[in-house]
Design a protein around this ligand. Structure first.
Ligand SMILES: [Zn+2]
Length: 208
């Protein structure tokens, strides 16, 4: 198991998550979720935009759980929307960290573009915390993003995959890189006992 109990999520990523959650759920919704996950100290007080450790991964995963609980059956869709908003935030506020400032992808084939942006996401995460193990796989014509240290499901147990926020972020990244909505499927999840969380690119949706 690659995860350690003291794995940490840094300030800039918590700030990204809180900003995106507030965008999707509103301030009252965010505050309810912060209370439910023991993170009251962030109410009206987002962490600064730096790479200092903010919270343990276990608490970040509780925050995700609290959003799911708050909305019940609709929770998964909300988490995906927060994931999308998180990637948009990263493009807007963290382009340097993401390594996409001034990048032009237009001349590359779509597959290369997807690999470029997912590699960028993985290396940005590793820049925030060298303990993070994330990589992109291109095997038998299938591109997948894999993280063995996922903080979204850290310490959680489930019979199926639960990292909807990641699905949303990775899908939005692909949309940014290709201009198309591709179906992203979480095929493996630490929460159901797999050695990592794995997200695979499917086909672009009909409407593009
Ligand atoms: Zn996960």
């Amino acid at each position: 198991m690659a995860q350690t109990d003291d794995a940490l999520v840094v300030n800039t990523l918590v700030r990204q998550a809180l900003t995106s959650t507030q965008e999707v759920m509103g301030e009252n919704g965010l505050n309810a979720v912060l209370r439910a996950s023991g993170l009251e100290r962030f109410i009206g007080n987002f962490p600064p935009d730096d790479l200092q450790p903010a919270i343990p991964s276990a608490q970040y995963s509780q925050f995700n759980q609290a959003i799911e609980d708050f909305y019940g059956r609709g929770g998964r869709g909300i988490l995906r929307r927060i994931g999308k908003a998180s990637f948009q935030y990263a493009v807007r506020e963290q382009a340097a960290l993401l390594g996409i400032a001034g990048v032009a992808l237009k001349l590359l084939p779509e597959k290369q573009r997807i690999k470029f942006i997912w590699n960028s996401v993985a290396s940005a995460l590793k820049k925030t915390n060298p303990q993070i193990e994330a990589w992109v796989e291109d095997k038998d014509g299938r591109i997948a993003y894999i993280e063995a240290t996922c903080s979204i499901c850290h310490g959680r147990k489930s019979s199926g995959p639960i990292c909807e926020l990641y699905v949303g972020s990775l899908g939005e990244a692909v949309l940014w890189a290709t201009g198309k909505s591709y179906k992203i499927t979480e095929t493996h999840c630490l929460a159901k006992g797999d050695p990592f969380c794995r997200f695979e690119v499917g086909e672009p949706s009909a409407e593009g």
